[in-house]
Design a protein around this ligand. Structure first.
Ligand code: MIG
Length: 843
């Protein structure tokens, strides 16, 4: 702990100020193979087109910038050809694809413009002894998103971050400029357009959005700088464009979407089995139990402690019968111990990182003195990957990579020495130059290795550290948070910016890791956590237990209810995961992504959308039962009681402890299934499809203050009738994805896409369902459609007969029933691959 002495006026260190010089003036330019090389007095910069909308600008003080190699964050690319250059007295203008670059000859600062002349920033490059710096313009009123895993709020303007993967056990407060992941992506957003700037530098990079009101600076600790401008113009284009550079999350196995339980540590085999039995006895769905470091013998990776886990195979067998998977932690540090196979082999084969004088680099971690694989070599990644046979033999298909910043227990740098050498497949670099990518390469080794060993099954990897592109190999959790309400709130903005930075599969320790959670906090955090892509409850050694039943019956009931809701929502969730795997867009997304022109959304750090149409607004403070929720344009319904709102307004949600404020947009189609104890298979024989009509006409301009009513559906309908302007022909689509949930056959076409369509017109509501893609043979499904908030009373549904009540509907394979009280129309009809379904309800 520090005291006030820290700020003793006589001991304040004055930071050394670096003097930066311009890289210009301009000398000349020449066309190269897929690039333009611009020579300046101090540096040369090269310009390449990666896609018609993404331009790479590399600057080098010493070498030829056109030869600079991108880091392993990037997917391989071939620059496009066809730059055109025109020179005037003061400027060089080069045009390629949809991008125009205007270079000022005086100092070689440049401006990037996109199609339709949209400005994508003005940039000045400069340098000092060992650093290159880029200053980028920030427009008035612009907000800045991205930057991966950082503390703070959604908008990063006014903050400063250091990209340097760090094991931060101290509380994650705004002063923490570095956390475990480094994703140097800035997204500049205004109502008119968005663009992104990605800085590919796995060494230390300082990004300062605080010093100046109208510009930010990026300092890369290197004599070169490598920038990518992603021109947008929409926020979604930027995120999708970034995912073209750094890749997308592969669709994970369905079980990794289930609820997961962890603790540092479940100490022995008996405790693990008892935990699993407890979940089933209490009827709380769960798919995964984590094994933290105590499962190992002397913290040696690829071992089981023979005393505490005497029969891992037997344990795995029982867990399998109960429907559980195990995900063990695997750290990079390998214990220095003669006779330990991993160590011996690694030394023989030269697998570990060395110091510049050719000795093994040894650092202290859990096992004591340890050596660290040099994951920058492909052969070492393969070696490491293949060793996972040890886990696969026990039936394990998921691995948890921790401490891979890498974290080293030394008080000075807390990581490997910067001088440690990485062989990097024959292009050696220092650890200082590659630090931020170490964890990604470990997860790559793990993911690729497991992928091979599992022979057709999809692996799951969870990683603490990462760099741009980590999404290709691992899901990410946000490390050692605390059981603070503030950290629950923080997990939302962290998840949102991770999602905007390409990492769709992310989450935080539910309930909080350090500190002692409370029943109320656990209930609220579980409500939030079941709507984050990665859903795991985890807590630290010596903290109070926080499994769902460790408080009272009320808390347990709330946890069960919401975890069940997650399982019911799996068809919806899994489809969002599939979308994300195709588009690179996040699953949990900030409202600004869907409503980029609505300035009310720009700073929303405590509510989010799951997909496009489901709005989640958690309660993040103790003792609170109300909160303000912003509903953007359109019609919204309270998920729980159906109250109808016209958006573009702030409302006050009432949320007793068992209520998570959730809103569904008019037009939404949300497919659910029955709750289950674990995920099992990825296709659903029973679907419960909820369709939300617009609830009658609405006036886009109308003021919600006078519009909304708390209460039952009757009032809501009355409100709807009072409105005059009719919206007709509303049409919406949801693509429901299903596959076998586990194998990689999905990548060879073994999946189905069931297209659900709803169309609303005057006194008519039509549902159409068809198999858009049918690559997986399936039996018929039983589907119950619930249409909420019809604007008319249905008299008939085409080709389906009416039944007198819900009980009759349950007993039959088809029929319809209209519940006047709730204004809900239920239609039951089988769905088969062969036949398209068309259901028309008329009033
Ligand atoms: O320095 O493996 O963030 O989730 O329980 C602690 C023990 C090492 C840090 C991880 C945490 C995990 C813990 N690990």
């Amino acid at each position: 702990m520090q005291t006030s002495e820290k700020i003793h006026p006589d001991q304040i260190e004055s930071g050394a100020i670096s003097i930066y010089s311009d890289i210009g003036p301009y000398i000349d330019y020449k066309h190269g193979d897929g690039h333009v090389l611009i020579d300046g007095k101090q540096s040369n910069i090269s310009v390449q087109l990666i896609t018609p909308d993404i331009v790479r600008i590399s600057g080098s003080l010493d070498g030829n910038s056109a030869l600079m190699k991108p880091s392993k964050a990037l997917l391989p690319f071939e620059p496009l050809k066809g730059w055109r250059a025109t020179e005037s007295e003061n400027e060089l203008e080069i045009t390629g694809g949809n991008v125009v670059l205007v270079v000022n000859k005086y100092d070689m600062s440049f401006m990037v413009k996109a199609a339709q002349g949209k400005q994508c920033g003005a940039y000045t490059l400069s340098f000092s002894d060992k650093t290159m710096r880029c200053q980028g313009s920030m427009e008035d009123g612009a907000v800045i998103y991205g930057l991966g895993e950082t503390t703070g709020y959604l908008n990063k303007r006014g903050e400063r971050y250091t990209m340097w993967n760090s094991d931060v056990f101290d509380p994650h407060v705004p002063d923490m400029e570095s956390l475990y992941q480094s994703i140097p992506l800035l997204i500049h957003h205004t109502a008119s357009h968005s663009f992104g700037l990605f800085i590919d530098h796995p060494g230390k990079t300082v990004i300062d959005l605080r010093e100046s009101a109208d510009s930010y600076s990026i300092e890369a600790s290197n004599r070169e700088i490598d920038l990518y401008v992603i021109t947008g113009p929409k926020l979604k284009d930027v995120v999708a464009g970034y995912s073209k550079l750094t890749g997308k999350m592969p669709l994970p196995p369905l079980w990794s979407l289930g609820y997961q339980q962890s603790r540092f540590s479940y100490m022995d085999q008996e405790e693990v089995i008892t935990l699993a039995r407890n979940f089933r006895a209490k009827g709380i769905p769960c798919d995964v139990i984590y094994l933290d470091i105590h499962y190992m013998s002397e913290y040696k990776v690829f071992t089981f402690d023979e005393e505490k886990f005497p029969d891992p195979a037997g344990m795995m067998k029982e867990l399998k019968e109960l429907g559980f998977r195990i995900v063990p932690v695997v750290d990079p540090g390998v214990k220095v111990q003669d006779g330990y196979e991993v160590y011996d082999k690694g030394i023989d084969e030269g697998r570990f990182c060395q110091t510049p004088d050719g000795n093994q680099y040894v650092g202290n971690v859990w096992p004591g003195p340890s050596v660290f694989p040099d994951f920058t070599n492909e052969s070492t990644r393969e070696w490491w990957g293949a060793m996972h046979q040890f886990y696969v033999d026990y039936g394990i298909s998921g691995i948890w990579n921790d401490m891979n910043e890498p974290s080293v227990f030394n008080s000075l740098t807390k990581t490997m020495d910067a001088s440690v050498v990485h062989c990097n497949d024959g292009n050696p670099k220092t650890h200082g130059e590659m630090h931020n990518i170490y964890g990604l390469l470990m997860s790559q080794a793990t993911h690729e290795g497991m992928g091979k060993l599992l022979q057709g099954e999809r692996p799951f990897v969870l990683s603490r550290a990462g760099y741009a592109g980590i999404q290709r190999y691992a899901a990410v959790w946000t490390g050692d948070n605390r059981s603070y309400w503030d950290h629950m709130r923080l997990s939302i903005s962290m998840g949102l910016n991770l999602g905007l930075s390409g990492v769709a599969f992310c989450g935080s320790d539910i309930g909080g890791y350090m500190h002692h959670t409370s029943g109320e906090l656990l209930a609220r955090w579980t409500q939030l956590g079941v709507f984050t892509p990665f859903c795991r409850n985890h807590s630290a050694i010596e903290t109070r237990n926080q499994e769902p039943w460790t408080f009272d019956a009320e808390v347990e009931g709330i946890c069960r209810q919401y975890i069940e809701l997650r399982y019911r929502m799996l068809p919806y969730m899994y489809s969002l995961f599939y979308d994300s795997a195709c588009s690179g867009l996040p699953i949990m997304r900030p409202l600004v992504m869907e409503y980029p022109e609505d300035q009310n959304t720009y700073h929303l750090s405590d509510q989010f959308l799951l997909g496009e149409n489901l709005l989640i607004a958690p309660i993040c403070e103790p003792g609170k039962q109300h909160r303000v929720v912003y509903l953007p344009e359109g019609v919204w319904y309270d998920y729980w009681n159906g109250t109808r709102y016209v958006g573009g307004a702030h409302i006050i949600a009432h949320a007793p402890l068992d209520v998570l404020p959730m809103y569904v947009k008019g037009g939404a189609i949300i497919p659910l299934t029955r709750p289950m104890q674990h995920t099992g298979e990825g296709h659903w024989n029973y679907l419960d499809v909820h369709l939300y009509a617009q609830g009658g006409a609405y006036q886009a301009e109308s003021n919600v203050e006078t519009e909304h009513r708390f209460g039952n559906g009757t009032q809501a309908v009355a409100v709807a009738k009072a409105e005059t302007e009719h919206q007709t022909g509303m049409k919406s689509i949801f693509n429901l994805y299903e596959d076998d949930g586990i194998s990689d056959k999905n990548t060879q076409g073994a999946y189905n896409i069931i297209q659900l369509q709803a169309e609303e017109s005057d006194r008519c509501f039509t549902i159409r369902v068809s198999y858009e893609v049918c690559g997986l043979q399936q039996g018929d499904k039983s589907v119950l459609y619930t249409v909420h908030h019809l604007s008319f009373i249905p008299k008939a549904v085409s080709q389906i007969s009416e039944v007198p009540d819900m009980k009759h509907l349950e007993e039959r394979s088809s029929g319809w029933y209209y519940d006047k009280q709730d204004n809900q129309l239920y239609i039951k009809a089988p769905l088969s691959v062969l036949q398209e379904v068309e259901l028309i309800a008329r009033g």
